[in-house]
Design a protein around this ligand. Structure first.
Ligand code: NAG
Ligand code: NAG
Length: 301
């Protein structure tokens, strides 16, 4: 435990920005990407709820939940960012809500909880503001494979190398792979990198390599059953633990250099999952806003 803490501390000194990666630019990319696909009604409503009238209205709140979980006030939400799938990679992967969602809640139940709060016209603007920020963040977390895995605390306890630097596997997937993919491995301003990446992905989704398949990403999406919808997304992303994250299992990967052959297989998966997250988030927000408006107008009549 001591040794891995000091390695982490050292990594933090050498690469001060790596830790902001998925929690930073991955989440922000997902939010910017969603803002390209939401309906004009959704955009107008969420600009109001989030109190931000700029094109950054979703991107600017995408990492809030990660800061909040570290505060005394937000400590209750700490376990909401993941689900500890007790599967056995690489032999079998899978998520089971009853088995894997701890007593204090997990990302599947949290997304369901804050989706329901977002739909409730009897809640205050402040409550719906906070619920919207959680929804935006948790759809991102659901699309990082290691947020859907129990092994070594989602890979936090597996030390590997990336470009010769010691880092844990969780953070390789949170940030190193994406940073190498979109910014030559340079950890710059997360908002700038995220904007660039989301624009590239928007083109891929509209006319590029994801144009045909993206409709299939919304299969099974059901606002009447948010937990089952979230569980479907969790299972989709957890399946990559067996194929791409730990193809030889959790022991074989310890100490390996991952910026070469491993990266070549992992980068397309990271890109795909960020694209899926952004597209699914846009669809989910559209469903939420339409249903909220329907309920609100029922209350007024
Ligand atoms: C809206 O988001 C942008 C980008 O993060 C930020 O600079 C600006 O201060 C925000 N505006 C408000 C009113 O919060
Ligand atoms: C639902 O949200 C409320 C308000 O933030 C929180 O107190 C509660 O713990 C959440 N429950 C779950 C299962 O996420």
């Amino acid at each position: 435990m001591k040794a891995s803490t000091s390695i982490l501390a050292l990594t933090a000194l050498v690469l001060p920005q790596v830790a902001v990666a998925w929690d930073g630019f991955g989440h922000i990319t997902v939010a910017y990407l969603a803002s390209h696909f939401v309906s004009p009604t959704t955009e107008k409503y969420l600009k109001h709820v989030l109190g931000n009238n700029t094109e950054d209205y979703l991107g600017s709140v995408a990492t809030w939940a990660d800061s909040f979980r570290k505060t005394e006030e937000g400590a209750f939400s700490d376990t909401f960012h993941y689900i500890d799938a007790l599967d056995d990679p690489p032999f079998w992967c899978g998520v089971d809500l009853e088995r894997d969602c701890g007593e204090t809640g997990c990302v599947v139940t949290a997304l369901a909880n804050y989706t329901l709060q977002s739909l409730d016209p009897s809640l205050s603007l402040a409550q719906r503001h906070q619920a919207a920020k959680f929804v935006i963040h948790f759809v991102g977390d659901l699309h990082q494979p290691l947020h859907n895995e129990n092994v070594e605390a989602g890979g936090n306890g597996i030390d590997v190398l990336f470009n010769g630097v010691e880092i844990d596997l969780h953070h390789v997937w949170d940030g190193s792979i994406g940073t190498l993919l979109v910014n030559d491995g340079v950890a710059g301003d997360p908002y700038v990198i995220a904007k660039k990446w989301s624009t590239q992905l928007m083109v891929e989704l509209t006319t590029g390599k994801y144009a045909e398949e993206k409709a299939g990403w919304l299969e099974g999406i059901d606002l009447k059953d948010p937990a089952t919808t979230a569980l479907g997304w969790s299972r989709d992303c957890n399946s990559y633990i067996c194929t791409t994250v730990l193809p030889e299992g959790p022991t074989a990967i310890i100490g390996q250099e991952l910026s070469g052959a491993y990266y070549e297989k992992a980068a397309p998966v990271v890109e795909l999952l960020v694209a899926k997250a952004g597209y699914r988030l846009a669809a989910w927000l559209d469903l939420i806003v339409d249903e909220y408006r329907r309920r609100k107008s029922c209350r007024m009549h």
